[in-house]
Design a protein around this ligand. Structure first.
Ligand SMILES: [Zn+2]
Length: 353
């Protein structure tokens, strides 16, 4: 049995709209691989939404490879890997060891999922032993006493970790916190502070700073005009207006193609409503979503035409590139060369890029 269905309309979207813009080799800069036992909190954590676990309860590397075969026929895709650690109680040791082994066997780049309380020397030992090129951090690993809405970047990406990454020239993959997302002034100030105080850190802002609808942008790119190094991954984002603003503000050389697999295997279409995103999904496919304000079940012919989240991301990125006036050649580095340069600069040698 196939991992998931690919329908004729999916193939047609890929063939007609997406494939002509892709180079033969891709680097996917944001990919989670984990076994269920590594992340017991996935889909169960009280404050986090539950539907992601209905798309995939785990993402073993075999499933990832099958996903690439199904979604990118004829292409070679190298992922920048990391695990899935949502709570300190998750088995981050086993999860990071799994990522290390998978990456080593395939000569793929990988990041260590880091807990903020680790001492610098401890983090350095873990990075070296695993051959990791940097760290993936997550807001829910912040000290538990801090209320969710008050979490700041430095609560889960602490200065002593940035000191080490700066010395090593390592990567920090950052999913920014706070309800204001990319337009949040504190987020913007701390993003700029990272670049100023730790200029050798390769900072990747995941999901274009979680700006999923135009209202999330605010004046972010004006404030970020001072930044010259940070790059933005487009994973799990389908907002054409945001991609247009991003490409205009930082140019294609600081944008990375990335998926956030396995979640973007989801069949959906995202709309913006009152400044908030809503994922329209086929009724019943991902369970009862009626208690989730970001999800809406749809029936009938519209639902039958939904395609993959990843294809929606790509067709909107391509539409944005067209709107900005970029040619296929000008957009191509987003899919490979930009990430390859960053990975090599972070110490990734001998990798299959
Ligand atoms: Zn992610």
């Amino acid at each position: 049995m196939a991992l998931f269905d690919v329908f004729e309309h999916d193939r047609e979207i890929y063939r007609a709209e997406i494939a002509p813009w892709l180079p033969d080799r891709l680097i996917d800069a944001h990919v989670h691989v984990w076994r269920q036992a590594h992340c017991a909190s996935f889909g169960r954590a009280g404050r986090l939404v539950r539907w992601p676990a209905r798309v995939a309860g785990e993402n073993p590397v075999e499933d990832l490879e099958e996903t690439y075969r199904l979604l990118f026929p004829g292409k070679r895709v190298t992922p920048l890997l990391f695990g899935m650690v949502l709570q300190p109680s998750d088995d981050h040791e086993a999860g990071n060891a799994y990522v290390r082994d998978v990456a080593r066997a395939r000569r793929w780049p990988a990041l260590l999922f880091a807990l903020p309380e680790w001492a610098g020397a401890d983090l350095e030992r873990r990075l070296r032993e695993g051959g990791f090129l940097g760290i993936k951090v997550y807001l829910s690993l912040s000290p538990p006493a801090i209320p969710q809405k008050e979490i700041r970047i430095f609560d889960f990406l602490p200065p002593h970790h940035l000191d080490l990454l700066d010395r090593l020239g390592g990567i920090a993959m950052l999913h920014i916190p706070r309800d204001g997302r990319l337009r949040d002034p504190l987020n913007l100030a701390q993003m700029l502070e990272i670049e100023r105080r730790w200029p050798n850190v390769k900072l990747i802002i995941a999901h274009v700073g979680r700006a999923y609808v135009p209202e999330d942008l605010g004046d972010a790119f004006e404030k970020l005009a001072a930044a010259k190094n940070m790059v933005f991954d487009v994973s799990a984002n389908t907002c054409r207006e945001v991609f247009v603003a991003l490409l205009r503000a930082v140019g294609p050389e600081r944008v990375l193609f990335a998926s956030d697999l396995p979640i973007v295997r989801m069949r959906m279409r995202r709309i913006a409503e009152n400044g908030r995103y809503v994922n329209l999904v086929p009724k019943g496919m991902y369970g009862d979503v009626s208690d989730d304000p970001n999800m809406r079940a749809v029936e009938g012919p519209e639902a039958a035409r939904f395609t993959f989240f990843l294809y929606e991301e790509l067709r909107n990125l391509i539409a944005a590139a067209r709107e900005v006036g970029l040619s296929r050649e000008q957009l191509a580095p987003v899919f490979h060369a930009n990430a390859a340069r960053l990975i090599r600069a972070a110490g990734g040698r001998d990798l299959d890029l």
